[in-house]
Design a protein around this ligand. Structure first.
Ligand SMILES: [Zn+2]
Length: 267
């Protein structure tokens, strides 16, 4: 397989743009063995493309460039390391900022919704409306802080580990991008809340597990480290996040965090 490839299918990436990307000195990675590669495919003659074979593992450097985005998404949901390498190293996908914002809005909405459930307010209408709006901003700020704590925990762990082993400089910018992109599972929070039913707490929990698995895989692929280190990085992120939640609860702010929520649900 792999001959007569169609050009990459990422939105906004025309054939010319792809040809330009191939001739540029930017390095790609083999999705199978993580070896660096200078090109993903070669354009022999007007539209006759041949996918490059990796010199190190003799497999196609990136079979996903001819796959449909839906197939790529399904493979990403299955947390395949190859598809993570494809997205992080071989595409110029640049939506992590917007995606992060949107995920935080989803999380803020979830917390805000839980707050509405628990609050029985008897104040006049306009006062309630004002308070509700303020609550949403507050939840957004708290969700952002907890997310930052999670990332800081991960980065601190990796930084300390790097000091101890004095290995090559980790690519922290790329890692941040990878973490933001791999948190896309949080978008599922909105449907989980909208179609509310008896199993909503279970769904929320599964979403959390899915996002963490996805983050775990992103760290592993980006830094090319083993599973144990990646797991420890995720755990240190979780520890710092939980400490932040604990701190907020000590301050007696009504944060509607995941942890507090599950405790209330008698799960
Ligand atoms: Zn290879």
């Amino acid at each position: 397989p792999g001959t007569g490839a169609r050009a990459g299918r990422w939105p906004g990436k025309g054939a010319e743009e792809m040809a330009e990307a191939v001739s540029s000195p930017a390095l790609y990675r083999c999705i199978e063995c993580n070896q660096e590669a200078s090109e993903l495919y070669r354009d022999y003659n007007h539209g006759v493309l041949k996918l490059t074979v990796c010199k190190s593992c003799q497999k196609l450097v990136d079979k996903y460039i001819e796959y449909d985005p839906v197939i790529i998404l399904i493979n990403a949901i299955l947390c395949k390391a190859q598809v993570y390498r494809h997205i992080l190293f071989n595409t110029k996908i640049n939506i992590h900022g917007k995606l992060c914002m949107f995920c935080l809005l989803c999380e803020a909405y979830l917390r805000w919704w839980q707050l509405q459930d628990s609050n029985q307010n008897t104040a006049p209408d306009d006062l309630i409306r004002y308070a509700k709006e303020w609550d949403f901003y507050r939840m957004f700020a708290i969700a952002s802080l907890e997310q930052s704590a999670f990332f800081i925990g991960i980065f601190t762990f990796l930084w300390v580990k790097r000091l101890m082993t004095a290995k090559t400089k980790p690519k922290f910018i790329l890692l941040l991008k990878a973490l933001l992109l791999s948190s896309y599972g949080k978008l599922l929070l909105i449907p989980a809340v909208i179609w509310e039913h008896d199993y909503t707490p279970l769904c929320l929990r599964l979403i959390k597990v899915f996002v963490l698995t996805s983050n775990f895989q992103a760290i592993r692929v980006t830094l090319n480290i083993n599973r144990i280190l990646s797991l420890l990085a995720i755990l240190s992120g979780l520890v710092l996040e939980s400490s932040t939640v604990y701190f907020f609860q000590k301050m007696e702010w009504d944060v509607g965090s995941d942890c507090a929520f599950y405790r209330d649900q008698d799960f």
